[in-house]
Design a protein around this ligand. Structure first.
Ligand SMILES: Cc1ncc(COP(=O)(O)O)c(C=O)c1O
Length: 466
């Protein structure tokens, strides 16, 4: 009993003295001030130093100072400098400063976003962000949004809604009766769909392999003319932004075919759907409003802090029905109860950062951000081409695929870049060939960062593997 009392006293002291938080602030400021000059990927030495974390579970409490010092001294040097301007790996966005500030505040609030009664403020911001995102992306009025960790989960939710609705129209209640004995559905998409789409299909009992794959062109776009005959058993999945080339499927044409047939269309627009917010890029998303559901990440192109994704669904009741969970203790309200729109019950209040990002950028700021990322990508392509590299995609958005004149040269360039710390890019196989992927995804990237990174490419090509 005495021990419990002293434990609680210690916690109260930690909260009230603010020393912990002052320390965190100074470590965080140090990180912010140095991230622009850091190696884009940690040094071997920083990674080796992580061994210190491999210790037995402490048997006694450890002082807060010591815990935070470890994170600062050993953790921070082993981060990738994703919030700097020279990280071009995967499709990883940075974070808008005020959104990060909002996240700090929301972390102090420590709200559970499941229900209105758990957090009226979070419920209100979810309601607002749903409206704002629907307007920004020019989706049909009344489209519902669920706030999830990322596009993987969003896609799972969207496809669950689509699966259930198609089966319902065929007289089958998948929610109640599962899939045993259910009418067969067909899934139509291309083999250029993102890996997480295949994962969702596996999880939903639709099968990773039962898909009818539609041929694609050299950019990875579905060739609409070669789509099979669609019917009302079809779940059609298109993408707004291929993870490698950035190419957009011909969404308008695909949706037209699907609508006539009574099929459901889901669009994976993890990073590309934000093109709808730019007057110069909007044409890429032509026809998106005709789809039934969409997945998109705010932590990518929009630069909201991790993790922040959205499932958007034109048919609110269908989404709610797929994700329903009830119990006598779950107090639903006549306001927005966030858990009805997502897989999770308990969730952090990620919408606080999304709201701050949208309010800070506004429509104009989103457009400016999208356009800037795309123009840096174009600049990359231009300068690398001038330096003798081959660019293997049409740079329509923020992705650039680069190769040297031989596979060996591409491999050596990639390895050298990754080791140099000057910038960081990943690799992929594109149309059978190794490529270096550049994804311009951070508001912090400047023209000087692009120039410095191009110089790093040239240097990396000209040396033996480091
Ligand atoms: C097209 C596409 N779909 C899905 C995903 C997965 O998104 P997340 O990592 O947010 O789950 C990505 C990630 O880059 C992507 O580019």
């Amino acid at each position: 009993m005495l021990e419990n009392a002293s434990f609680q006293q210690e916690m109260f002291e930690q909260i009230h003295k603010k020393e912990i938080f002052d320390r965190v602030k100074s470590y965080a400021y140090n990180y912010m001030d140095t991230v622009g000059d850091r190696n884009a990927f940690p040094t071997d030495e920083a990674i080796k130093a992580l061994d210190i974390f491999d210790e037995p579970l402490p048997q006694i409490p450890i002082a807060p100072d010591e815990i935070l010092r470890w994170l600062h001294e050993y953790g921070s040097p082993a981060t990738v400098a994703q919030t700097g301007g020279r990280y071009f790996g995967f499709v990883n966005g940075s974070s808008v400063p005020v959104a990060l500030g909002a996240k700090w505040l929301a972390d102090v609030w420590d709200q559970n976003a499941a229900l209105y009664v758990m957090s009226p403020i979070v419920s209100q911001l979810e309601y607002i962000c749903e409206k704002w995102v629907v307007e920004l992306l020019t989706l049909p009025l009344g489209t519902a949004a669920g706030f999830v960790g990322g596009t993987s989960t969003a896609t799972l939710c969207g496809l669950a809604a689509g699966r259930n609705e198609l089966l319902k129209r065929l007289g089958w209640d998948a929610n109640a009766d599962g899939l045993f004995g259910a009418p067969n559905l067909r899934v139509i998409m291309s083999d250029r769909a993102h890996a997480t789409v295949f994962k969702a299909l596996g999880l939903l009992g639709l099968g990773r392999k039962r898909v009818e794959l539609v041929p694609t062109d050299s950019q990875g776009r579905i060739i609409a003319d070669t789509m099979p005959q669609l019917d009302d058993r079809c779940l059609v999945i298109a993408q707004a932004g291929n993870v490698n080339s950035g190419a957009f499927d011909p969404i308008d044409e695909i949706c037209d075919r699907a609508q006539v047939a009574g099929a459901w269309v889901h669009i994976d627009g993890a990073f590309g759907l934000w093109a709808a917010g730019s007057r110069t890029k909007k044409h890429l998303t032509r026809g998106i409003e005709k789809a039934d559901s969409w997945s998109v990440d705010a932590h990518k192109t929009l630069n909201a802090p991790y993790d922040c994704g959205l499932i958007l669904c034109k048919h609110r009741e269908v989404l709610l029905s797929a994700l329903q969970a009830t119990a006598s203790y779950i107090l639903n309200s006549d306001r927005r109860d966030g858990m009805q729109y997502t897989l999770d019950m308990s969730r952090r209040s990620r919408v606080v950062e999304l709201w701050a990002t949208l309010k800070c950028l506004g429509k104009e700021g989103v457009e400016e951000l999208v356009d800037r990322l795309c123009s840096h990508a174009e600049r990359f392509a231009q300068d690398l081409r001038s330096a003798g590299f081959r660019i293997l995609n049409d740079v329509v958005f923020n992705q650039v695929l680069v190769a040297g004149n031989t596979p060996e040269l591409t491999q050596a360039t990639l390895e050298n870049i990754q080791k140099s710390g000057e910038c960081w890019c990943g690799g992929a196989i594109w149309n059978g060939e190794l490529v270096i992927r550049i994804s311009v995804c951070s508001w912090a990237t400047t023209a000087a960062d692009v120039e410095r990174s191009v110089a790093a490419f040239v240097k990396a090509r000209n040396v033996e593997v480091l």
